[in-house]
Design a protein around this ligand. Structure first.
Ligand code: GLN
Length: 170
């Protein structure tokens, strides 16, 4: 998805992998496992530093959880894990995303945003619960945009990266 949006992607596992990075995706997965890996590698502070300095970020599903106040504390939100419950733990929905329009969204044991600060803009909701939020250059969605072949959110990230680079260069 990132290559299609014009970016060269690499996997980040250690602080060294962050060197020279222009943007970051925190993908879906499992937030407890990610937290343990981040602790083990001493990644929390370097990650926070990178993201708070304005580096564009896209967080998806578990990535949304990782960005919240109780985890990396980059977004002024509190995410609720597995919020849609076990019975309907995975589903697809047609949602409307502010700025992007209609979008098919795949939710897999997804979180929702339980609480958001005033600098956080809610871009989409499901059953009245925010599932897409933006604060500055950080976009977090509760679904998996990489599973539908819809590249708009990855393109959003690459556009923000270009914008950020131009600003840095000026
Ligand atoms: N339920 C997972 C968690 O709590 C997130 C699931 C996902 O990323 N698809 O971390």
């Amino acid at each position: 998805m990132l290559a299609a949006a014009g970016a060269e992607a690499r996997i980040v596992r250690t602080p060294k992998d962050l060197e020279g990075l222009d943007g970051l995706v925190i993908p879906g997965g499992e937030s407890t496992t990610m937290t343990l890996g981040i602790e083990r590698e001493g990644l929390a502070e370097p990650l926070r530093g990178l993201m708070r300095s304005g580096t564009p970020v896209l967080g998806t599903c578990a990535g949304m959880i990782m960005l919240d106040r109780e985890h990396l504390d980059v977004l002024d939100i509190r995410a609720r894990r597995n919020a849609f419950g076990r019975q309907v733990s995975s589903f697809e929905a047609d949602i409307a995303v502010k700025g992007a329009g209609a979008m098919r969204a795949v939710f897999i044991r997804a979180p929702w945003v339980e609480e958001a600060g005033e600098d956080v803009e809610v871009l989409a909701e499901v059953h009245g619960h925010p599932v897409a939020v933006r604060q500055g250059n950080v976009l977090a969605v509760a679904f998996h945009p990489e599973l539908t072949g819809d590249g708009r959110l990855h393109k959003w990230l690459v556009d923000r990266i270009r914008e950020h680079q131009a600003k840095e260069a000026a």
